[in-house]
Design a protein around this ligand. Structure first.
Ligand SMILES: Nc1ncnc2c1ncn2[C@@H]1O[C@H](COP(=O)(O)OP(=O)(O)OP(=O)(O)O)[C@@H](O)[C@H]1O
Length: 273
């Protein structure tokens, strides 16, 4: 059962200790758990999970990333983990550590061939997500960043119910249809009483390499109104850039000024939680 004083969602949770069904990870101490979520696939959730984790690690925090996107795991690739030597001891699983000291767990690290699909039913996937939180020896972490399962279905719901989140960063793209789906994710997160840190609008524009003009690909009319109506903060508009797009192929710690600005602002918000 939970122990409220050491729970990462302490302060934002309204459950009583006796009614809490969450089993905390007991293999170390995790101070804060940050979910990175989107209602829809392909908007940059995994990319942003990695960029936020790297930024937090570069600030001197101890960081882990849990890849809860079981059927579309991309975290090991984005972090350039080639040889996965996952150590297990009975039920316990030890995370793999990157060069920058980020501890990582992903279903891809447990598979012999990363190209093989995970063909599991919903409850088994949800069980794996729970296990990645409870049975992984995360050790002492300032932040565990969770690349959430896509959508607002069963697995996302179980993840929110079984992992004590401190807050969620929503990822969206500036399109009418996407914002409708994101509003579903925002409403679900609120129903689960998980605080929303804000929304990062990804692939918001392209920066002209010659004149640095912002070229907007989507009609962004009504986006301001959308954020106002949903009562969420827009943490920043992230451009579509080569360094971000090539994250899995090129190792870099230098991002475009506009990208770094969004990462600094968002991690500053996370540090204030
Ligand atoms: N700001 C960006 N600039 C350039 N490319 C980007 C940017 N953000 C994301 N991408 C690219 O978009 C694609 C989708 O990104 P990503 O895999 O992070 O999305 P996702 O929401 O996690 O997808 P899924 O739901 O499939 O897991 C990737 O090829 C990624 O490199």
């Amino acid at each position: 059962m939970s122990n409220c004083s050491s729970c990462p969602s302490h302060g934002s949770c309204n459950k009583s200790e006796s009614s809490c069904q969450i089993e905390l990870n007991t293999h170390g101490s995790i101070k804060k758990i940050i979910g990175v979520m989107s209602g829809k696939g392909g908007v940059g959730k995994s990319t942003m999970s990695v960029l936020l984790a790297k930024t937090l690690a570069s600030q001197g925090h101890k960081v882990g990333i849990m890849d809860a996107d079981i059927t579309g795991p991309s975290i090991p690739r984005l972090l350039h983990i080639k040889e996965a030597n996952v150590r297990t001891e009975g039920e316990l699983i030890y995370p793999v550590e990157t060069e920058e000291g980020i501890r990582v767990m992903s279903v891809n690290l447990l598979m012999e061939d990363e190209n093989q699909p995970v063909i599991w039913r919903g409850p088994v996937i949800a069980g794996a997500v729970k296990q990645f939180y409870q049975d992984v020896v995360w050790g002492d972490l300032d932040y565990l960043v969770i690349d959430m399962p896509p959508g607002t279905g069963d697995v996302a719901l179980t993840t929110m119910q079984s992992i004590p989140m401190t807050g969620v960063v929503m990822i969206s793209t500036p399109q009418d249809m996407v914002s409708m789906i994101v509003s579903k994710a925002i409403n679900m997160t609120r129903k689960m009483n998980v605080p929303i840190i804000g929304v990062i609008e990804n692939m918001s524009y392209i920066l002209c390499p010659d004149c640095s003009k912002k070229i907007r690909m989507f009609n962004q009319e009504g986006m301001d109104q959308f954020f106002k109506e949903m009562d969420v903060e827009l943490l920043g508009e992230l451009p579509m850039t080569q360094t971000v797009g090539n994250l899995s192929m090129e190792k870099t710690t230098q991002y475009e000024e506009e990208v770094q600005k969004v990462l600094d602002y968002t991690t500053n918000k996370i540090n204030q939680l």
